[in-house]
Design a protein around this ligand. Structure first.
Ligand SMILES: [Zn+2]
Length: 147
């Protein structure tokens, strides 16, 4: 069901213009309007899902499979491609701007403009173990029967 005012739903059902590279019954892949590098593709589920929370796992797996193939395709596309990034932003704090889940696939090369600012220092084991426990409890919550 397309969501009102959602530009990616409009693309998925052919009501908005896009440069499509792949499409099947569940997903569609098209060129990002504001590419990080030439060849920047977005893979989206055709059915509206705002983010990971409401994306069905089987559809998410299909999105990944298509992105995997596109990442490989970029390397033999003739576009400059020394590496590939797959990038998904889930939520405003993660810099999601269009609230229809989308997986970015884009070529990388020496000197390209893409940057991620982060603190890459090695973390203490006790902090890693604490975070791991929190993530395990999050997984358990996913598997808990709904109340
Ligand atoms: Zn949508």
């Amino acid at each position: 069901m397309p969501a009102d005012g959602c530009v990616f739903c409009a693309i998925a059902c052919g009501r908005a213009e896009a440069s499509v590279v792949f499409e099947d019954e569940r997903v569609i892949a098209f060129m990002d309007l504001r590419p990080v590098t030439p060849g920047h593709v977005l893979v989206i589920p055709k059915a509206h899902a705002e983010g990971l929370e409401d994306l069905r796992e089987d559809v998410g797996a299909r999105v990944w499979t298509v992105a995997h193939r596109l990442g490989r395709a970029l390397r033999s596309s003739g576009l400059r491609c020394e590496g590939v990034n797959l990038f998904l932003a889930d939520g405003e704090a993660a810099f999601q701007e269009v609230f229809h889940v989308h997986l970015h696939v884009f070529p990388r090369f020496q000197g390209d403009p893409f940057r991620i600012e982060a603190d890459w220092r090695v973390c203490e084991r006790r902090l890693l173990d604490g975070a791991a426990a929190a993530v395990r409890s999050g997984l358990a919550a996913l598997d808990a029967p709904a109340r």
